[in-house]
Design a protein around this ligand. Structure first.
Ligand code: SF4
Length: 416
């Protein structure tokens, strides 16, 4: 639950994207503030029409980077010329509009929909499977709102999933603060069982599993990887936020898992799946993070090479134990965050480079800008198909595409 400041430049369509971002941030319990100095995170939704606009965007990004703890740059310039922010040494997370709501955290788990009930949004069905978590992370304020894990029975969630599919959902998004501990309040973790049952529902749809902390996943990693390998309906995607490559820092964060457990999860999924996406998060500049701890985080990122990475510069949340710890200097946090963001860009670009020339089956989930559509492939990597009308491609379709190139945050595909 963060305080955010948002600035939007450019056309009506870009303003529409900002409205959607704000709606999702509001639903997740974040608060908008007017001044960037009061915010935990600033969001710059950019435009790139002429060179002068580009220069203004870069200048504004530099200013906002100095004024707030965390800066997210999104919008047309971020997507088309994301490298320019990096070249200008701007310390920012440069991401797609869709990724902004998830990135506005302090490393905390996402809050589910306000009433934790399913929602159908176009062809996307959002299914919160439980509320709460099993942890007590020292930097987290979300826990105060959501409490301990409370898991409804598998059958109840399967029925909700079935209702969403019958209502037209083509993509089910399984959400919760920590999906990996679903069922643990009842004595055993049941995420794998639930996913298997949901995949048995008749229909042509895909399932995306939301954030699952490494501690919960580690105990069921074999079962889970097996369910992924056996069910084509599941996107081969897991989001397991490791947060640090140092066990000492993880201990101070009270994260419950160790680095080795996270690595074992990655190894297990590598054994079962040829093509999958590892998504993870790092908090940079936690109060007790020494230079050596930061080096270990960088090494872990290089070693496990996640295809999707959220980097968050630590900021204090009122009332949390981490807020009472003596913090690091702003410049130290900035330098480490910049170093990790640069590495992240290289790692992610490599994953996209590998896709070019391959053919993937994608599900079209939403209209994009102009005549484009947003799609996700088997491993939940975003693919944009342009001139959708000419190709006769519509939302809800499954299409085989050849990957022809990529930007910093998504691939481009051409129907084959
Ligand atoms: S797992 Fe940690 S960060 Fe997530 S909601 Fe629970 S206490 Fe907060």
């Amino acid at each position: 639950m963060a305080r955010y400041h948002i600035e939007t430049y450019g056309c009506t369509s870009n303003r529409g994207e900002s409205r959607q971002i704000e709606r999702r941030l509001r639903d997740a319990g974040h608060h908008r503030v007017e001044g960037a100095e009061e915010a935990d995170v600033a969001i710059l939704n950019t435009c790139t029409v002429v060179e002068k606009t580009e220069r203004n965007m870069l200048r504004r990004a530099e200013e906002l980077g100095d004024e707030t703890a965390d800066l997210i740059v999104t919008g047309c310039m971020a997507l088309a010329q994301g490298e320019e922010f990096r070249d200008a040494d701007v310390d920012a997370d440069v991401i797609h509009w869709d990724e902004v709501p998830e990135a506005v955290t302090n490393g905390e788990c996402p809050t589910t929909t306000p009433d934790a009930e399913p929602i159908l949004d176009g062809v996307i069905g959002i299914l919160p499977i439980a509320r709460g978590c099993m942890s007590d992370c020292s930097y987290c304020i979300t826990k105060k709102a959501t409490g301990k894990i409370d898991s409804p029975p598998v059958e109840e969630n399967v029925e909700k999933a079935r209702a969403l599919v019958h209502a037209g959902a083509k993509e089910l998004r399984i959400t919760g603060q920590d999906t990996g501990v679903y069922g643990w309040d009842d004595g055993e973790r049941k995420l794998h069982e639930l996913l298997d049952r949901i995949c048995d529902i008749e229909g042509d749809f895909r399932v995306r599993v939301g954030m699952a902390n490494p501690k919960g996943v580690h105990g069921i990693r074999e079962e889970l990887a097996e369910v992924f390998a056996e069910n084509e309906k599941l996107y081969n995607f897991i989001h397991a936020p490791v947060q640090s490559g140092s066990d000492d820092v993880l201990g101070d964060m009270r994260r419950q898992h160790q680095v080795s457990e996270y690595v074992e999860i990655v190894e297990t999924f590598d054994e079962y799946l040829d093509y999958w996406t590892l998504s993870t998060d790092f908090i940079v500049g936690f109060p007790t993070e020494e230079e050596e701890d930061h080096a270990q985080s960088m090494a872990l990122l290089r070693e496990t090479r996640p295809e999707k990475i959220n980097v968050t510069r630590f900021s204090k949340r009122p009332g949390t134990d981490a807020a009472d710890m003596k913090g690091l200097g702003g410049q130290v946090k900035k330098d480490r965050s910049k170093a990790m963001t640069d590495l992240k860009m290289d790692v992610v670009a490599e994953a996209y480079d590998d896709m070019v020339g391959e053919t993937h089956e994608v599900l079209v989930v939403e209209e994009g800008t102009g005549d484009s559509v947003k799609c996700y492939d088997e491993a939940y990597r975003q693919v944009i198909v342009q001139n959708a009308d000419d190709h006769g491609v519509e939302v809800g379709d499954f299409v085989d595409v050849e990957i022809t190139g990529h930007s910093t945050v998504y691939a481009f595909g051409e129907p084959v």
